[in-house]
Structures are given as C-alpha cells and as structure tokens.
Write a protein that binds this ligand. Structure first.
Ligand code: ADE
Length: 256
C-alpha cells in the first residue's frame, strides 16, 4: 500500500515509520510512504496555511489553497482520501479491514479548528474519527488509523494473530499470562496451565464474554451471543463473574 500523509508537522509522524513492525513492513515492501509538509504548498511569502473562520468563532481554519495543491500532488481525486476529524465516521475494525484492501491512501491531518469545507467536498472521500474525544493533533489520529490498517495487510503480522482476533470477533480479548506461574501471591488459573487446549479455549471464550459484558455490553449482539455463548455466559456468571482490576487481590493490598 502506498500511503501519503499530509500534515503541518510531518516530523511527528516520521519516527513511527522508522521502528518496529512498521519499519519491517516498509523494508519488506508491504508499505511505501510519503510524508508531505502542507506548508511547502503555501505560495505566499509567509507560507500561511491558516485563517480566521467566516461568520466568527474561536480558532483558525486551514486555508483551502495549500491543501488543494498538496492533495492534487498526492493524486487526489482518484485515490481514496481520508480526512481525520472528530466529526467523521467512527473507525471500526471492519472499516479498517475495508481500507486495508486499498492499493493507496492519502491521509490529511487536521490542525486548529479543521479545514475549509470546500476541500472536504472536492477532495475527501472519507472523514474518519478515531473515537468520541477531541485530540489537539490530527497526526496522532492519522497514526492510529494507519496502525489499524497496515497490520491487516497480508504478510505484515502472523496470520495466527489475526485468526485469533477474528475467532473472538466482536468480543474483548481474554486475560493472558506468562511466566512465572506464581507471581507474588497471584497464581495463573489452573486451567490455563493444564495443557488441555479444549478447556483453555472454553475458559478464554468465557472470560472474553464476561469482560465484554462488564466493559462493553453493547457489543453483545445477537450475532456473537449465539446460543452456546449465552450458555457459557450463564456458567461464567455462576462461577463468580468478572472481577474489576484491583478487586480480587484488594485484601492483600489493604494488609500491606
Ligand atoms: N482530530 C482530533 N480529534 C480527532 C478524533 N477523535 N478523531 C480523528 N481526528 C481527530
């Protein structure tokens, strides 16, 4: 995938592409990227990219001319072009999957109060919000979007990791443990150490359902709450339900 990210502060984005899994994805040719400084497309002598909002209101807006030129140079229209904004459509896993199938993406990072609406109408195909909160930096939102997308591309991370995610689709992930089996006074649940894969899978599914019920009950829809899952849920509740972090071992903390 060819990614072109337009920003007033491309230096915020740079290191992300130079480390860890993304670095490997770039080296392997899965991802090609270009970080564009919008200011390079401002033609006045001060390279001005923002201006006051017509009709009044706090803050400044990104001016249309530099954005229009930068987007034109990036190949838009003609390529899927995302503007990351808190007033966009909410990013979900299925939306990320859809975008991961594109051969190229242009991403525009907003700053200040946002961008002139005429740019959105003429150049943008997708307005995307990463969540119901407001960030001061569109760059952070753009990186969240890129991270959600590129890891789904074939070859970037192991198929097994993705399979595990799709198996428990729509549910929150179960708790996981590593060595040592006894840490401080807290032991890994026996079933997780049992080596019995069927029982471990059943324990994990139950834990996923309980955690989802506790934190994100709206995710338990008819689709993922099939009859066998509903039965597991009843069993899991009978066995003690979900414990908020800090509640199981709170007596030990109190004694200290
Ligand atoms: N820019 C500022 N806040 C944002 C959000 N929640 N999603 C996408 N872009 C943003």
């Amino acid at each position: 995938m060819k990614l072109t990210i337009l920003s007033l502060f491309p230096e915020i984005l740079k290191t992300y592409f130079e480390a860890s899994i993304m670095k490997r994805a770039v080296a392997a040719g899965h991802v090609e990227y270009s970080l564009v400084n919008i200011r390079d497309y401002a033609t006045d002598k001060h390279h001005k990219c923002d201006d006051e909002v017509f009709g009044g209101g706090a803050g400044m807006l990104m001016k249309p001319e530099p954005l229009d030129k930068a987007l034109e140079a990036a190949g838009s229209p003609g390529i899927r072009t995302v503007y990351v904004t808190p007033s966009g459509r909410l990013l979900t896993q299925s939306y990320a999957e859809e975008l991961s199938r594109e051969a190229g993406l242009v991403i525009l990072c907003g700053r200040y109060e946002g961008v002139d609406q005429r740019i959105i109408e003429s150049r943008i195909t997708d307005e995307i919000s990463i969540g119901d909160y407001v960030l001061s930096s569109g760059e952070v939102a753009a990186l969240v979007l890129v991270d959600a997308i590129y890891r789904l591309m074939p070859g970037v991370i192991s198929g097994e990791s993705l399979e595990e995610e799709s198996f428990s689709k729509g549910l929150l992930e179960y708790p996981q443990y590593t060595r040592p089996a006894l840490y401080d006074t807290i032991r890994v649940p026996d079933v997780v150490l049992s080596g019995n894969h069927a029982q471990i899978a059943r324990w994990r599914l139950k834990a996923s359902i309980l955690k989802t019920l506790a934190y994100r009950p709206e995710l338990l829809t008819k689709d993922n709450l099939a009859e066998d899952i509903a039965r597991l849920l009843r069993e899991a509740i009978d066995e003690g339900g979900w414990h908020e972090p800090g509640t199981v071992h709170s007596s030990r903390t109190n004694e200290e």
